[in-house]
Design a protein around this ligand. Structure first.
Ligand code: 8X3
Length: 252
């Protein structure tokens, strides 16, 4: 890992933060990207040699491109990109959902992820070295009520990842889609607009995955020998499963 330069989005909390820690512990140089500066600086303090921070909003494409183009060596040439930034906003039925929530999910989960990927790919291909690890979700495969746009955005990530594999065939650039189920993080709090009581109920009597579980999974995929590509990796807590169809019946 010592010669790896790893960019991680959504690095201030949850999976992103755990990924930064896991790669830094293993000796990689890590660029931690997120909006919350104080959280990023804490990470940089933990790993002063290895972690640099980039305070940014990944949905602000123009500013993001500018900041990335100003990065100093060796952080300007990523060998690993962990596209982790993502969120679910709302859990309403489609017909009751807010347009702004849908837009924000598409901006963050889809547009910013393809923007960063588009930014790093030419360099990775030129150097013939790289690994893009996307954070998809089980919601990209199994639909659930209230998760329509979130799930669709993650289905995009899955298909985009597989499509990249096609285009990168013959290059030493790997692409992996990690698809976690429920993870104990800020995910539910963000989904419910900061309502931590409602978010806590999601995890009541239930043992979710931890951010460290997923960071370990991401790390394992990246640390495998260079000729091995994990295409997709789905991981759920033992206490979660996709349990089939729900039927509606009219009152007889
Ligand atoms: C989120 C997965 O199962 O919490 O990506 O909806 S789940």
């Amino acid at each position: 890992m010592k010669d790896q330069v790893c960019w991680v989005t959504g690095a201030s909390a949850g999976i992103g933060r755990a990924v930064v820690q896991r790669f830094a512990e293993a000796g990689a140089r890590v660029l931690a990207m997120a909006r919350r500066e104080d959280r990023l600086l804490e990470l940089a303090e933990q790993f002063p040699e290895q972690v640099r921070v980039l305070v940014c909003d990944v949905t602000d494409e123009e500013k993001l491109r500018r900041s990335l183009s100003e990065l100093q060596s060796p952080f300007h040439e990523p060998t690993i990109l962990v596209n982790n930034a993502g969120a679910a906003f709302g859990l309403e039925m489609a017909q009751a959902s807010r347009w702004s929530d849908w837009q924000r999910m598409i901006d963050l989960n889809v547009t910013s992820l393809v923007c960063l990927t588009h930014y790093v790919l030419p360099g990775m291909v030129e150097r013939n070295r790289g690994h893009i690890l996307n954070l998809g979700s089980v919601a990209g495969t199994y639909p659930y009520r209230g998760g329509q746009v979130y799930g669709a955005s993650k289905a995009f990530v899955e298909q985009f990842s597989l499509g990249l594999r096609c285009d990168l065939l013959g290059k030493q650039v790997r692409v992996t889609n990690i698809e976690p189920g429920a993870v104990q993080s800020e995910f539910a709090t963000v989904r419910f607009e900061g309502d931590s009581e409602k978010a806590a109920k999601v995890y009541e009597g239930f043992q979710p995955l931890t951010p460290a579980d997923i960071a370990e999974t991401v790390f394992w995929c990246a640390a495998l020998p260079a000729h091995v590509n994990i295409n997709r990796l789905e991981v759920m807590p033992v206490m979660q499963a996709s349990a089939g169809f729900v039927w509606h019946r009219d009152d007889p």
